[in-house]
Design a protein around this ligand. Structure first.
Ligand code: ARG
Length: 459
C-alpha cells in the first residue's frame, strides 16, 4: 500500500514498524469526530474558494456516506494506513479519486488530531458529568432519608462526635459538586478550535477558522498555532479532574468496605453488588467497592503517564503525543464504569440504623458536649476538659459510659453536676445542638439537601 506521505521515500516501512507506530487500534474510536471535522473543513475550503465548490460538495457528501457505513459496521480499517485520519482519507480517495485528494488542503494531521481529541474530550466530559449528576442526586436522596440516622463521626478512625448518616453522605456530595465544577471548567478550555494551526505555523490559504469553529460548535479558536498543535492540557485537566473524583469515590468505597464489615455492621450491601468466596461459604465481599478503590490507581497512572510524556517535549508536535490517547480513553472508560456501579451500589444499601446509633452512644462521642455543658455552668473550658477526662477514665475503668453514671458518681468528681447534664449529653441532643450552617443537625442538613436539589435542577 502506498503511504499518503510516500512521495519522498524510496523504500516501504518495515512491517513491524507499521505495527509499532500505528494508532488505528485505539484512535478509531474518534472516527465520528474526524469525519465531522473534515466535513466542516471541506465546507470551509469550498466557501473560501480554496477548492472548487463542486469538489467540496462531493467530499462532504461522501464523508457522510462513509460515516454511515462505519456506523453500520461495513468499513474495516488498515494498520498500514497508520491512524484514523489517514484511514479515512484513504477510504475517501478510494471512493472519489482525485477529488478526495483535495480534502487535506491547508490542514495537517497535527491540527487534525488536536481537533479530534478536543471534540472527543468535550463529548466525554458531558457524559461523565451526567453520570456524576446521577450519583449526586442518588446521594442527596439517601441523605434526605437519613437526617435523623445518628452515627459516630470519626477522626483518626476513632469515634469522635455524633453526626448523622445524612451529614456524612452530604460531605461526599460537596466533593462531587466540586468535581462537577472542575469538569465544567475543563470543558471551557477544551472548547477552543485548534484547526487552522496546520503542522505548526498555520497555512498560506485564506482559511476561515471562525466559520469552522461555528460549524463544529466551538466557543473560540486557538491564538497560537504552535500551542494549538502541541497543547494537551485539556486531556491532562480532564484526567486530573477524573483522578480527584476517583479519589473521592475511593475514600467513600473505603468507608463502604469498613461499614459493611462484621466489625462495624453499619450497612449491608445488596446481593447484586457483592460477591461470595469460592471456599468460605459465609463470605459476602464488597468487591465492587474494592475494585473502584483499585481502579483509582489506574486513573492516576494515566494522568502521571501523560504528564511525564509531555514534560520534555520541545515545541511543537512530536509523535510522543500519540501516547496521549490510550490513557485518556482508558481513564474515561474506567470512570464511566465506576460511577454508575457505585451509584447503584449505594442506592441499594440497607442501613443498620440501630448499630450506627449504638456505636454513636459508645466511645464517649458526647464527651465534648459534657465539657460544653460544664462551660455553660460557668466552668472554664480547660477545667471542664480535665473534669470530663477524669470521668471518661472512670467510665473506662468501670466499663460504663457517661450516660449511665449516677449523679453521685458525677458529683464525686465535680460538685457542679446536676440532673440536667443527662439531657445535654444524649447523642440526639449532641447532633441537634449543632445547628450551625454546615452542621449535622436535622434543620441544617435539610437546608443543604434543598439547596442541592435546586442546584441539580440547573445542571
Ligand atoms: N496519530 C497521530 C497522533 O495521534 C496523528 C498525528 C500525526 N502527525 C504526525 N506528524 N506524524 O498523534
Amino acid at each position: 500500500m502506498m503511504k499518503l506521505w510516500g512521495g519522498r521515500f524510496t523504500k516501504s516501512t518495515d512491517s513491524f514498524t507499521d505495527h509499532f507506530h500505528s494508532s488505528i487500534s485505539f484512535d478509531s474510536r474518534m472516527y465520528a469526530e474526524d469525519i465531522t471535522g473534515s466535513i466542516a473543513h471541506a465546507t470551509m475550503l469550498g466557501k473560501q474558494g480554496i477548492i472548487p465548490q463542486a469538489d467540496a460538495d462531493l467530499i462532504v457528501k461522501t464523508l457522510g456516506e462513509i460515516l454511515l457505513d462505519i456506523q453500520e459496521g461495513n468499513v474495516s480499517f488498515d494498520e498500514k494506513a497508520e491512524d484514523i485520519h489517514m484511514n479515512l482519507e484513504t477510504i475517501l480517495i478510494s471512493r472519489i479519486g482525485d477529488v478526495g485528494k483535495r480534502l487535506h488542503t491547508g490542514r495537517s494531521r497535527n491540527d487534525q488530531v488536536a481537533l479530534d481529541a478536543r471534540m472527543y474530550t468535550k463529548k466525554e466530559i458531558i457524559a461523565v458529568q451526567e453520570l456524576l449528576k446521577n450519583l449526586m442526586e442518588t446521594l442527596n436522596d439517601l441523605a434526605e432519608k437519613n437526617t435523623e440516622t445518628i452515627m459516630p463521626g470519626y477522626t483518626h478512625l476513632q469515634r469522635a462526635q455524633p453526626v448523622t448518616l445524612a451529614h456524612h453522605i452530604l460531605a461526599y456530595v460537596e466533593m462531587f459538586k466540586r468535581d462537577y465544577a472542575r469538569m465544567t471548567d475543563t470543558y471551557k478550555r477544551t472548547d477552543v478550535l485548534p484547526l487552522g494551526s496546520g503542522a505548526l505555523a498555520t497555512t498560506t490559504y485564506p482559511l476561515d477558522r471562525d466559520f469552522v469553529a461555528e460549524q463544529l460548535g466551538f466557543a473560540g479558536i486557538t491564538q497560537n498555532s504552535m500551542d494549538g498543535v502541541s497543547d494537551r492540557d485539556f486531556a491532562l485537566e480532564f484526567m486530573s479532574a477524573m483522578s480527584i473524583m476517583m479519589m473521592h469515590l475511593s475514600r467513600f468505597c473505603e468507608e463502604i468496605i469498613l461499614w459493611s464489615s462484621h466489625e462495624f455492621k453499619f450497612i449491608e450491601l445488596d446481593d447484586a453488588y457483592s460477591t461470595g468466596s469460592s471456599i468460605m461459604p459465609q463470605k459476602k465481599n464488597p468487591d465492587m467497592a474494592e475494585l473502584i478503590r483499585g481502579k483509582t490507581g489506574r486513573v492516576y497512572g494515566h494522568l502521571m503517564a501523560l504528564l511525564t510524556t509531555m514534560k520534555g517535549l520541545p515545541l511543537a508536535y512530536n509523535k510522543d503525543m500519540q501516547e496521549d490517547k490510550e490513557g485518556l480513553f482508558d481513564a474515561i472508560d474506567t470512570v464511566k464504569m465506576c460511577v454508575p456501579v457505585f451509584t447503584n451500589m449505594i442506592a441499594t444499601i440497607t442501613v443498620r440504623e440501630n448499630n450506627m446509633l449504638e456505636a454513636a452512644k459508645g466511645g464517649f462521642t458526647n464527651a465534648t458536649d459534657a465539657a460544653d455543658w460544664l462551660v455553660k455552668q460557668g466552668v472554664a473550658f480547660r477545667d471542664a476538659h480535665e473534669i470530663i477526662g477524669k470521668l471518661v477514665l472512670y467510665c473506662i475503668q468501670n466499663n460504663t459510659n457517661l450516660d449511665d453514671l449516677s449523679l453521685e458518681e458525677y458529683q464525686a468528681i465535680s460538685p457542679v453536676f446536676n440532673e440536667s447534664v443527662y439531657a445535654a449529653i444524649s447523642v440526639k441532643q449532641c447532633v441537634e445542638a449543632r445547628n450551625v450552617t454546615g452542621g449535622p443537625a436535622k434543620e441544617a442538613t435539610t437546608k443543604v439537601i434543598a439547596t442541592n436539589k435546586a442546584y441539580f435542577a440547573t445542571l
